[in-house]
Design a protein. Structure first.
Length: 271
């Protein structure tokens, strides 16, 4: 079978994007892992499968599979790429590109809109915190303080003094698979620069550290805003580039703005 795909990325967080129908067979976990291999496959952090809409008022339904083959609920850089793919293929009415259109996923409904050329804004909904304040865990004799928050998928956010020297490689996998997080979790290491700027590295569930994590940036904003580290608009710089996050707090919607880029289109023969 020949599988046609589009390779896309948001700040280097890269995706294999395919279109399918509800009754089409999809790769199993082993095949997703094979396709994600950067030496012998296509190479990606996540695969995005765009499907017909399942609810009225939405343009499409999308599914997300990590490089390890597991399906996850949401991906902020991924949904911007889905929106851009739909725009490029003419699936979105032109009069809704700037006013906004809705997409649906396992993690819930998302609104997307286009402003500056090459930039996509998405309404990621309201952050959901797991507790009233910070939480702690002991890892290898160290007490780790973090904020646990969901952006349609699970995150914990740790504040660090210097993101460049943060123990991402050691603490990331230890926290991702800690028994306290039965579904595993994404782990963000946040350095606050001032009330409008921050640095962030994210160890993503099922993918490892990536160049950028959109929902991770949203979770960092949510944690920082609640702790009064940030104002309502923050530029969060990840290894792959910057995302602008807007959130006024409370039950208001959190918006993320960033690029979505097509790298190439191709096809691959699969068993």
């Amino acid at each position: 079978m020949t599988l046609r795909f589009t390779k896309m990325h948001g700040l280097g967080n890269d995706f294999m994007v395919i279109e399918a129908h509800d009754d089409d067979p999809l790769p199993d976990a082993a095949l997703w892992r094979k396709l994600s291999d950067r030496h012998t496959g296509i190479g990606f952090d996540q695969a995005l499968v765009i499907l017909p809409p399942r609810h009225s008022g939405t343009v499409a339904y999308y599914r997300i599979f990590n490089a390890d083959g597991g399906e996850v609920e949401q991906c902020g850089n991924g949904v911007r790429c889905v929106a851009e793919w739909l725009r490029l293929t003419g699936r979105v009415a032109k009069d809704t590109l700037e006013t906004g259109f809705s997409l649906d996923s396992l993690g819930g409904r998302i609104e997307a809109r286009f402003g500056k050329p090459g930039m996509v804004s998405v309404n990621m909904g309201t952050p959901k915190f797991s507790s009233e304040g910070a939480s702690t865990l002991e890892i290898e004799g160290r007490e780790i303080t973090f904020t646990e928050v969901s952006m349609g998928n699970p995150h914990i956010v740790l504040r660090v003094d210097d993101v460049g020297h943060a123990p991402v490689a050691a603490l990331g996998p230890a926290l991702e698979s800690h028994p306290s997080f039965p579904r595993r979790t994404n782990v963000g290491f946040l350095q606050v620069v001032d009330r409008g700027h921050a640095y962030l590295r994210v160890f993503e569930r099922g993918a490892g550290e990536t160049l950028a994590c959109g929902t991770g940036a949203c979770a960092a904003m949510a944690a920082g805003r609640r702790a009064d580290w940030f104002d309502g608009e923050v530029d969060i710089r990840l290894p792959g580039g910057s995302l602008r996050i807007d959130w006024s707090g409370g039950n208001s919607a959190l918006w993320m703005t960033g690029p979505a880029v097509v790298a190439y289109r191709g096809e691959i023969d699969i068993p």
